[in-house]
Design a protein around this ligand. Structure first.
Ligand SMILES: Nc1ncnc2c1ncn2[C@@H]1O[C@H](COP(=O)(O)OP(=O)(O)OP(=O)(O)O)[C@@H](O)[C@H]1O
Length: 226
């Protein structure tokens, strides 16, 4: 099976006044279907910058990014939106759930946007939320959920359209250590059940050990860690 992600020679610089910072200096990464990759690196090493590029959220990069056989540089703006919607799932440090919608609606909505009908979107959302232990919390709004529960809803939302690749930027970074452990274990379990691949940025080497493979950003280059 071909890779769900192939990144080659990815480079990104930021100019601040007279100073140019070369954050990514020719990064290569391939991810096989279903593979879960931990992206480590100290603060400021470029993890978020890299995930934003792979998520087709930002331009200004050199190099090539191919998602499930679709080369990013050949995509129109509309096609990028479709690839993000149909192929990718996103989880952030802060949940970014819609505050006026309950848990069920937050997971239903991206499916409706992708063209799924209401009945099957609800079935899928309920199944995901129940699987994540939130079967009794469907009608709770984000403000009525704990931090760990909010992140579980965010995980359900990311998986709702059955992405080939989930991109997560410090998904448990806002949680205490014990909750982070539990939420990550649940996250990895549902990602594996859906046969999705994932790239998960984290500072936490204990969490990284639970993933299939670890890569680390160091001085703008990506190195494989054992
Ligand atoms: N829009 C921007 N303009 C200027 N510099 C930027 C911009 N975005 C990121 N940077 C710089 O790029 C570097 C990498 O930032 P990035 O957020 O990718 O790091 P990170 O590894 O995700 O860090 P953290 O673990 O703290 O979230 C930092 O030095 C940051 O200041």
């Amino acid at each position: 099976m071909s890779d769900v992600l192939a990144v080659k020679g990815l480079s990104r610089s930021f100019r601040q006044g007279e100073v140019v910072i070369d954050v990514l200096r020719g990064v290569d990464l391939t991810v096989a279907p279903g593979e879960i990759v931990a992206l480590l690196g100290p603060s400021g090493s470029g993890k978020s910058t890299m995930l934003q590029a792979i998520g087709l959220l930002e331009g200004g990069f050199d190099g090539s990014i191919v998602i499930d056989g679709r080369p990013a540089e050949k995509l129109s703006g509309q096609q990028r939106t479709e690839v993000r919607r149909d192929k990718l799932g996103f989880v952030y440090q802060f949940h970014h759930l819609l505050p006026d919608f309950n848990a069920l609606e937050n997971v239903v909505l991206p499916q409706l946007i992708a063209g799924r009908d209401m009945a099957s979107a609800e079935v899928k959302a309920k199944s995901l939320l129940s699987d994540l232990g939130l079967g009794e919390r469907l009608d709770h709004r984000p403000s009525q959920l704990s931090g760990g529960e909010q992140q579980r809803v965010a995980v359900a939302r990311a998986l709702a359209n059955e992405p080939v690749l989930v991109l997560a930027d410090e998904p448990t970074g806002n949680l205490d250590e014990a909750t982070a452990q539990r939420v990550l274990a649940e996250f990895l379990r549902v990602v594996r059940n859906h046969n999705s691949a994932a790239v998960i940025a984290t500072h936490n080497t204990t969490l990284a050990r639970q993933m299939d493979r670890t890569v680390e950003l160091h001085e703008g280059q990506l190195v494989e860690r054992r």
